[in-house]
Design a binder for this molecule. Structure first.
Ligand code: ADP
Ligand code: MG
Length: 552
């Protein structure tokens, strides 16, 4: 046995670690399971290339609670460490990492905790929840096993161990203020949150599996059962597979796996897969969406090499796509930095525009391959598309090919079809195209009918952001204006037809207009007396378009 002092300049680093990582203690488990996974994958690689001449077998990682001893164990069958490696990787390297980390962040305040949460402090994050940590490890190399113990001071003990099987066991002596991590439900929750899709099977306890009854078993005989490992993860999630390997049903069942509480099926999915100039895989789903913009709780999840990092992807995907669901997995997203830095980062910008492009391409191909189906889905996807057009220039341009403009009668035009359709009847004296729209078919009913009677097309645009989008289109397109069907410029449309004839005689008109002027004494409205349509509304009241917009 020998003793040593961990090579670190800060006299006692652990209070600092605790303090700075306070808000996110739970990530210690993610870090330790990640290390166990890394160690197993390293062994896999070494056996593959013939450098480790051992049987790789079918290794798993086990997480075990010993409530009586107040211990948590993380056990792997990976490469293990020799004594030299423990000295090097645990005593020196990791600590200098921790030191650097604390130097970097100790003067900051504010949203530090958020940054740190995504940073991960590797092995030493164990000291956020443990007063003492042991490592018992045996390398795949033919060397004696090692037992390292550290009680949270910079002093450690290293001695021989009798461990015979290859791999590493980490034992955490859980601190008094962290006993929540001795609860089965809490550990299961963490494993599901962070490790659900990690590549090595993770065992947490056992479960009873019901086997099929043997031939000729009696009706009342209970089916036999057996205790099997309770594996909490799916080591081969759909996004790690090639799109050609997956059927529609696979995408749907993966969606259910991601969001077990979500009963509505997604409308369609987009498989992301790129390895140059950055690495990124993932599957995005378009959920059904209604007009309410409530923040949803099922969000896009960000992974790094199958380890869950966060479900706050703000800054990584464009805002309009945060309404989607699914997963993104990329080792190339820097996570140890603030969100504002992320948005300025070159790699992240590329990732964000790649995702935008993929989404636009998918929408276009859905539109091209089955327009009828696309029209059916329009109501559920328009929020995302309209919001994207409003906020992302590139997307605006691409969306010209598939964004739809439905009429009150249920016809769907693309923008160019719409322009073509209305160019004869709906121009004003300045040669501007005037697009009429309604936002509500009930309250605007008589205006819609009147416009239709004159042969005009009336769009039904009812999403909450559409008025902003219309302004944007007006500013980008020359000679087009959107006019709500109940506002005044509708009168300035040039329409070559005989004047409408009022069914009222002059006396009646005078009485009525006198009455209306008294009843609606406002310059904000215009009252016109005319025969509106075949139903002969005797008059209409319109409001200037600019007044209407001011109210929105
Ligand atoms: P990182 O994982 O980022 O390298 P850590 O602090 O998590 O940093 O771990 C430090 C090093 O300790 C690892 O790089 C690895 O060499 C070693 N190590 C940690 N856990 C294990 C383990 N379970 N099996 C083998 N080696 C490990
Ligand atoms: Mg690590």
């Amino acid at each position: 046995m020998s003793k040593g002092t961990i090579n670190v300049s800060v006299e006692n680093i652990f209070p600092l670690i605790k303090k700075f990582l306070y808000s996110d203690h739970e990530i210690f488990l993610r870090e330790l399971v990640s290390n166990a996974t890394d160690a197993t994958l390293k062994l896999k690689h070494l056996t593959n290339i013939g450098e480790a001449k051992v049987d790789y077998g079918s290794p798993k990682i086990e997480v075990k609670i010993d409530k009586d001893k107040k211990q948590l164990h993380i056990i792997d069958q990976g490469i293990g460490m020799t004594r030299e490696e423990v000295e090097k990787y645990i005593n020196e390297i990791a600590f200098s990492g921790a030191e650097e980390f604390i130097e970097k962040y100790k003067d900051k305040n504010g949203d530090d905790a958020g940054i740190i949460g995504h940073f991960g402090l590797g092995f030493y994050s164990a000291f956020m929840v443990a007063k003492k940590v042991e490592i018992i490890t045996k390398s795949y190399k033919d060397e004696p096993a090692v037992h390292w113990t550290c009680d949270g001071s910079p002093n450690y003990i290293i001695e021989k161990s009798s461990k015979e099987d290859r791999g590493t066991e980490i034992i955490l002596h859980i601190a008094e203020d962290s006993t929540e991590f001795l609860e089965e439900s809490r550990i299961r929750e963490l494993l599901v949150k962070y490790n659900k899709f990690m590549p090595i099977p993770i065992k947490f306890g056992t479960k009873t599996e019901t086997l099929s009854k043997p031939e000729g078993a009696k009706e009342e005989e209970p089916a036999p059962t057996k205790e099997v490992d309770n594996i909490i993860n799916n080591p081969d999630p759909a996004w790690t597979k090639a799109p050609t390997e997956l059927k529609d049903e696979d995408y749907k069942s993966f969606y259910r796996e991601l969001y077990p509480m979500q009963f509505e099926e997604p409308l369609f999915n987009i498989h992301l897969n790129v390895d140059y100039p950055f690495n990124l895989t993932g599957i995005l789903y378009f959920p059904k969406m209604t007009n309410d913009m409530n923040i949803q709780k099922d969000k896009i999840q960000l992974y790094q090499n199958q380890v869950f990092v966060t479900d706050n992807v703000e800054g990584i995907v464009p805002e309009f796509l945060t309404m989607l669901r699914g997963v993104i997995d990329s080792p190339d997203i820097p996570l140890n930095v603030s969100r504002s830095y992320l948005q300025a980062d070159g790699a992240v910008k590329k990732i964000s525009s790649y995702i935008t492009r993929k989404v636009a391409d998918k929408l276009k191909s859905l539109f091209n391959s089955d327009r009828e189906d696309f029209e059916k889905k329009w109501n559920d996807i328009k929020m995302v598309i309209e919001y994207g057009m409003l906020t992302e220039e590139k997307f605006y341009e691409k969306a010209q090919d598939f964004a739809l403009y439905p009429t009150v009668d249920g016809t769907y035009f693309t923008f160019s079809e719409l322009k073509e359709k209305i160019k004869d009847l709906q121009t004003d004296k300045d040669d501007k195209l005037v697009v009429l729209y309604a936002s509500n078919t009930e309250t605007q009913h008589s205006y819609i009918e009147a416009a239709k009677a004159k042969g005009y097309e009336v769009l039904l645009l009812d999403s909450p952001i559409v008025s902003h989008l219309l302004q944007k289109i007006e500013s980008k397109e020359e000679k087009i204006s959107f006019v709500r069907v109940d506002s005044d410029p509708i009168d300035s449309l040039i329409k070559k037809e005989e004047e409408a004839v009022s069914k009222l005689n002059d006396d009646e008109k005078e009485t009525l207009s006198g009455f209306l002027k008294e009843t609606i004494p406002s310059e904000k409205f215009t009252v016109k007396l005319e025969a509106m349509d075949s139903n002969a509304n005797p008059f209409i009241i319109t409001e200037p378009e600019f007044m209407r917009r001011m109210k929105e």
